[in-house]
Design a protein around this ligand. Sequence first.
Ligand SMILES: [Zn+2]
Ligand SMILES: [Zn+2]
Length: 391
Amino acid sequence: MTYLRDALVSRVGEFIDLRRDIHRHPELAFEEHRTSDLVAAKLEAWGYAVHRGLGGTGVVGTLTRGQGQRRLGLRADMDALPIQEATGVEWSSLKSGVMHACGHDGHTAMLLAAAKSIAQDVAFNGTLNLIFQPAEEGGGGAVRMMADGLFEHHPCDAVFAMHNMPGTPVGHFVFRDGSAMASSDYITIRVHGTGGHGAMPHHAADPVVAAASIVMALQTIVSRNVDPLDTAVVTVGALHAGQANNVIPALATLEISVRSLNPAVRGLLEQRIKALVAAQAESFGVTAEIDWRAGYCVLVNSLTETNIARQVALDLVGPERVTLQGPALTGSEDFAFMLEQIPGSYLLIGNGDADSAGACMVHNPGYDFNDDNIATGAAYWMALVERFLAH
Ligand SMILES: [Zn+2]
Ligand SMILES: [Zn+2]
């Protein structure tokens, strides 16, 4: 399969320029109008049937060849972050306070580079859906596209997505079957008591003492309720109450972040947090109001599709550049929602290790996507299409 990569290297300059153009014009979640226009125009020019408007700025390009019934979905994200760029590169963001600090410019460019070469060079049998998604960074663009009928309009038997990974060598692929990225939920707890004079606490119901006790009680969930072999995080990141030393306030507020790597553990955390908070509040004669905001779900890669994805990488770059089962990550990713409905795999491609510029972590103002990945990443997508939609 190295011929795929060789074929791309000669024409990849176009997509390095494209990546840098997208980098100069970053757009925040659901505002990816310029990027969406650019993606749609390219796909149309290469002969894809283009469906726009899913999730607002989402774009799907579809190509069908032969009589095959298999349907493959490949997904790239398009949104940038509210960060002031500090890379100093020539193609730095032209938009103050907004930058592509997660490499979604590169993901879009890799999938477009693959799209062009697939349309021109790759023989396959079936239907290929290229999914360009808005708002991965907390906005839930995947969910919005699905709510707009993504998989009803464009059914897929499997879906795959690729994210760059700083700290891993360029051109190195990392796979993981099973739970690969964490769920993430956000909780606000308002503890309502009865305010009063600090000198007469017996006439008040003190929400500060109740909140302090809730913080301590929450620590027992991970240590006493979760299986020691499972991963879970309960972090109280903010605790606000009162303003003066001699006033008992009427309200205390807690902000909590909860993560897990297993849907069952996620359910257990919700059940235990709600039960503990209610019982603690009752024991102090106060009431607690819980605002539970479900974030991204656990990202679970299916075994069969991850094995296909692994084999493609082994054939493309050789075993020395493939990690077959990498560690799970406590970050979150909304491709998890697509994987809840359809089997598939989320894989990582190295952005550069230790001493290289590509080692700077994503979401850092000094981060930049490594253009050396475009040929390799695009060749990977082409090889996966050949394998999954073999004729
Ligand atoms: Zn990110
Ligand atoms: Zn990202």
